[in-house]
Design a binder for this molecule. Structure first.
Ligand code: PHB
Length: 400
């Protein structure tokens, strides 16, 4: 031992004791870095995350161990902008010293922050970003939202029994490509014929020329995926304006197409649209009714929560679970172990859990039709396709 080490140790111990004595008993605050989209064309989606997360926090403060509080540190990623997301996540980790990261509408942003979560060992829970490969990029990432394979593969299987020829039209980014691949596999395996495929730019799309191309091919149905929200409304309007419904072309897709928060802005065009998804605000499960009532009470009677608000709500529930189980002293590795065993039988979507092998969500999936209920459009669940689907892409590609 070097001379002076003991006295340094003693001084260190005295300083530590002072810190402990000085610390107020209830001063344990866990910092959660929350990245969402508050500006640009994706702000409506970011708003859903914000509303779902904050509602959960407001209603569950008493679900933390005594003396433990959480602080949400909110940052704008400005849309699908990986560079901004990376910079902001870096600030949250280095400057704010957050113990959790969560949020994120966009897959490209999740991919950009993955290496940071790994280097800094900060657990990230995706509230939406759904890209199938993102979780492979860091062992400190888990997801409570969905993958496009979970909805689009079973929709493809269903469509094969109904339509001879389907045209696919998707946004040109990773989740769009995954929606196209998943639908095409389910549909072709069931004997369907793809009439054509088109990929639409993610930024500022004008849907008319793309939907015209679909119409000209005279398919029985068009399968569409675009980011939920305003783009879904624009695509739906193009479908209506071109008279595709009147031409007998059915519109089908994952629930992103007819999200509950946007449905009322689409006129009557979506009536009869068939989707597969894990969440509908119209579902009459008691947990969902309570969630929708709380959401409306907080944010206004005319506002419906969409699936992104539910993703945010469930992510906060998963985070609270890991904090409770560790009695407020969170360790990143222990947090990840706990996330792998997280289960919620009473999510607004129905039962959900995390697959311990992949850290991805296991979801229910429902077949839904847009109908009028109480004078308003609703995604009416007509069949439960499954109560627990693991991401089909990972299941198909499991190492033997
Ligand atoms: C994504 O970027 O992962 C994403 C965005 C919007 C959606 C679905 C997925 O509606």
């Amino acid at each position: 031992m070097k001379p002076g080490t003991i006295s340094k140790l003693k001084a260190g111990a005295a300083a530590l004791a002072l810190t402990l004595l000085a610390a107020p008993v209830s001063a344990q605050t866990i910092k959660i870095g929350f990245l969402s989209t508050y500006s640009g064309p994706g702000a409506a989606q970011g708003d859903q995350l914000d509303k779902g997360a904050k509602l959960y926090l407001k209603l569950h403060a008493d679900k933390l161990p005594p003396g433990v509080k959480v602080e949400l540190i909110v940052r704008d990623d400005t849309g699908p902008n990986p560079d901004v997301a990376k910079r902001v996540a870096q600030e949250l980790i280095v400057r704010d010293k957050v113990q959790f990261l969560t949020g994120l509408v966009w897959t490209p942003n999740a991919a950009a922050i993955a290496p940071l979560t790994k280097e800094a060992k900060v657990p990230f829970i995706s509230m939406n970003a759904a890209g199938v490969n993102v979780l492979n990029m860091s062992p400190y990432m888990a997801r409570v939202s969905f993958t496009l394979w979970q909805s689009c593969y079973p929709l493809g299987q269903w469509a094969a029994k109904k339509f001879k020829r389907v045209y696919t039209a998707v946004s040109d980014f990773a989740p769009g490509h995954e929606a196209e691949e998943a639908f095409t596999k389910g549909y072709k395996d069931g004997g369907g014929e793809i009439a054509g495929s088109v990929r639409i730019p993610l930024a500022n799309p004008d849907f008319i020329p793309y939907m015209q191309r679909v119409k000209d091919a005279k398919p029985d149905a068009v399968f569409g995926f675009i980011p939920a929200g305003k783009q879904a409304t624009a695509m739906m309007k193009a479908y209506g304006n071109l008279g595709m419904d009147k031409a007998g072309i059915k519109f089908i897709g994952p629930g992103d197409l007819t999200t509950d928060d946007e449905l009322q802005n689409m006129g009557d065009v979506p009536l009869g649209v068939i989707t597969v998804h894990h969440y509908s605000a119209a579902a009459d499960r008691p947990a969902n009714k309570a969630f929708v009532a709380a959401y409306k009470k907080e944010y206004g009677e005319n506002l419906n929560p969409g699936f992104m608000a539910v993703g945010a709500w469930d992510a906060m529930d998963a985070i609270f679970y890991t904090i409770r189980e560790q009695n407020g002293k969170v360790d990143p590795d222990k947090t990840m172990e706990l996330l792998k065993e997280y289960k919620n039988p009473n999510s607004p979507r129905g039962p959900m859990s995390i697959d311990p092998e992949t850290r991805d969500v296991i979801n229910p999936e429902y077949l839904r039709e847009v109908r009028k209920a109480g004078g308003r459009l609703a995604n009416v669940e007509i069949e439960t396709i499954t109560t627990a689907i693991k991401d089909p892409f990972k299941e198909f590609n499991k190492k033997k």
